[in-house]
Design a protein around this ligand. Structure first.
Ligand SMILES: NC(=O)c1ccc[n+]([C@@H]2O[C@H](COP(=O)([O-])OP(=O)(O)OC[C@H]3O[C@@H](n4cnc5c(N)ncnc54)[C@H](OP(=O)(O)O)[C@@H]3O)[C@@H](O)[C@H]2O)c1
Length: 235
């Protein structure tokens, strides 16, 4: 099935890191706005429950995908296209943090974080570009306020600077293809990202609405980035 012959007129949003937090909230908001969704993460049971909540196989599919594995990202796109025939937007959102301090955390956890946040996002771009070019679609990446300002001793902040650069690199690479690129840069947001949940933070729905804003613009409008903090966040 080609992008010209969709099974349904409803557009399709693929989300990595869809099992909790920002990704799951975005899936709910997008489904509410009429999008079909492809939900990817490692926690398949959570994804399956969310897909069921969002209307079952006609509207939402759950796909186990570790974003650090190229073969799994390729398979994710294969399943998305087999299920819905097209991908109109891809949201590379999977990621996690680590304690600050270059003498803290472990080298193994650093490796996992860099591979997930940086390499994983790059693989999602690589895997989805052909389908996005066909649909003249939309690529979105979750960077962070920490991808805009450097935080002391934060390798996480360095990974998000890489994602910010990746968004601009992809935008320039895709210029002329009809594919739009948006960086979502959340400030502190109350999600399972934090072991101790923050107060005075944004909630996942605040970020979901920003994503929906970006993907709801007319085709000639490319919202390049959305930097969004809770009002209580100074830095
Ligand atoms: N919360 C904040 O304050 C904040 C601020 C700025 C940016 N961000 C960014 O927002 C994004 C979403 O985070 P969140 O706050 O919504 O936290 P979250 O609820 O912990 O969500 C993280 C998501 O990433 C997935 N994930 C982690 N490693 C993965 C892997 N190797 N392969 C596939 N999926 C993976 C997790 O699912 P599984 O564990 O099931 O795989 C989960 O769905 C992240 O990129 C984070 O860096 C968060």
């Amino acid at each position: 099935m080609s992008a010209e012959q969709p099974a349904s007129a409803d557009r399709v949003l693929l989300i990595t890191g869809a099992s909790t937090g920002i990704g799951a909230a975005t899936a709910r908001h997008a489904a509410g706005a009429g999008w079909r969704v492809v939900l990817a993460a490692r926690s398949l049971e959570r994804l399956q429950a969310l897909a069921e909540e969002l209307g079952g196989p006609e509207r939402a599919v759950a796909v186990h995908c570790d974003v650090t594995e190229w073969s799994q990202q390729e398979q994710l796109v294969v399943i998305a296209l087999a299920s819905f025939g097209r991908i109109d937007a891809a949201f590379a959102n999977a990621g996690f943090g680590a304690p600050r301090g270059f003498l803290n955390d472990t080298p193994e956890h650093w490796r996992e974080m860099v591979l997930t946040n940086v390499y994983g996002a790059a693989l999602t771009i690589r895997a989805t570009i052909p389908a996005l070019k066909q649909s003249r679609g939309h690529l979105l990446l979750t960077s962070s306020v920490a991808g805009r300002r450097v935080l002391p001793g934060s390798l996480y902040s360095c990974t998000k600077h890489a994602v910010t650069a990746m968004g601009e690199a992809a935008r320039q690479d895709l210029n002329g293809s009809g594919v739009r690129v948006t960086l979502i840069e959340p400030g502190m947001t109350d999600t399972p990202f934090f072991d101790r949940r923050p107060s005075d933070a944004l909630n996942d729905e605040d970020i979901a609405r920003a994503v929906i804003y970006a993907i709801s613009q007319p085709p000639h409008v490319d919202v390049n980035e959305i930097l969004i903090r809770p009002i209580a966040q100074a830095g």
